[in-house]
Design a protein around this ligand. Structure first.
Ligand code: NDP
Length: 338
């Protein structure tokens, strides 16, 4: 079997030499364990954090350890009555060609319900994140205005579509004209602005203000940085900011960069009585069944749409991951292994 390990820790953006492709023996499943041949694995922004030796909500990947990932594949051997060879399952197998986990840690998938890749994006962790963060902390109300960046990604596209369905004006922010066109045409955003087209937050704020004539009630935070600086002065009193991610800081932005904007950030929160709520979706997986019950049929009917970007081959996972962190992905980044 093959796996991708963490060869060294990045300083700033990850580079190819931070990863190593290793060949090892196929594991033999122990009691209650299931061996899965991975068909697709997920690439997610959180994996950048796992590469740092920093205190966080999750332990870092050790040097030489296998990179973490959710993945879907076919059962090829099982010592559990719950899984038979030929079944499909989701599990946190990692960046691997084959994974072996206890049956209790796997989720059975029914390929007749739709593409198994959906379990990595629109109906998996990222889709759940958008649904949960928007409803729980954004508290959307018809007639309000919502702004979300990384608007064509699995989190942002779920947030935008759900907000639209709830009767909000939706303004997306994405990197490049193609992504912006996709956000409007496929995900139904009223407007989408290309953050790369603006030299600084002030310039972005001007067009964002025009796109949000009644101000911003919900800013679903995925990226921070320039976008956050542009958004905050446009927030309405009692606005809500679910703080889901801050990808513009993941590439090793210095703490000092964030400090420069802190006074403006905090003043806006205070004088506008904003609710700012951070959350980590792994603490809320008990809501996954409710999410699937509500959103699964909407995905099946095509009312909720999704976009996937599929790279080929485990050996190409590092390059796809590095590109995704810079916006090279068009939709949920997945790696196809077979
Ligand atoms: P995406 O698939 O959307 O990929 C990341 C996107 O971020 C890139 O494609 C790029 O899109 C955008 N981006 C990167 N750098 C910048 C930048 N400097 N400024 C603006 N945009 C940038 O990711 P996901 O949908 O999977 O995740 C979105 C966010 O949600 C991330 O911050 C992630 O960490 C967070 N998250 C948080 C969870 C939680 O539990 N709190 C769980 C899951 C995700 P573009 O080219 O359009 O700018």
């Amino acid at each position: 079997m093959q796996r991708v390990t963490l060869a060294s820790r990045p300083t700033g953006a990850p580079t190819a030499d931070n990863f190593s492709l290793v060949t090892s023996e196929l594991p033999t499943p122990g009691p209650e364990e299931v061996l899965v041949k991975v068909h697709y694995m997920s690439l997610d922004p959180y994996m950048r954090g796992r590469m740092d030796d920093a205190k966080s909500y999750a332990a870092p990947v050790p040097i030489g350890g296998t990179m973490e990932a959710g993945a879907v594949g076919e059962v090829i051997a099982s010592n559990s009555p719950t899984f038979q060879p030929g079944d499909f399952a989701f599990g946190m197998f990692g960046w691997v060609s084959h994974g072996c986990l206890p049956a209790s840690q796997l989720q059975k998938l029914d390929p007749s319900h739709g593409p198994i890749t959906a379990a990595l994006g629109v109906l998996g962790m990222p889709g759940l994140t958008g649904w949960y963060g928007l409803n729980e902390y954004g508290k959307p109300k018809a007639g309000e205005t919502l702004v979300v960046a990384a608007a064509t990604g699995p989190v942002g596209s779920m947030v935008g579509q759900l907000a639209k369905r709830a009767g909000l004006r939706t303004v997306g922010i994405a990197g490049g004209a193609d992504k912006c066109a996709f956000a409007v045409e496929t995900f139904g955003f009223d407007v989408c602005l290309d953050h790369r087209a603006y030299a600084d937050a002030a310039a972005l704020r001007e067009d964002l203000g025009a796109a949000c004539p009644d101000g911003i009630d919900i800013y679903y935070e995925n990226v921070a940085g320039k976008v956050l600086e542009a958004v905050l002065p446009l927030m309405n009193d009692f606005g809500r900011i679910p703080v889901c991610g801050m990808i513009s800081y993941y590439g090793g932005a210095k703490g000092a960069d964030a400090d420069l904007t802190a006074p403006m950030i905090w003043r806006n929160i205070l004088v506008k009585f904003l609710s700012v709520q951070g959350f980590i979706i792994m603490n809320h997986f008990d809501r996954h069944p409710a999410f699937l019950k509500e959103i699964g049929p909407l995905v099946a009917s095509g009312d909720i749409r999704y976009l996937e970007d599929i790279a080929e081959g485990l050996e190409n996972a590092p390059a796809a991951f590095m590109a995704m962190l810079k916006g090279g992905n068009m939709g949920k980044q997945i790696v196809k292994l077979i």
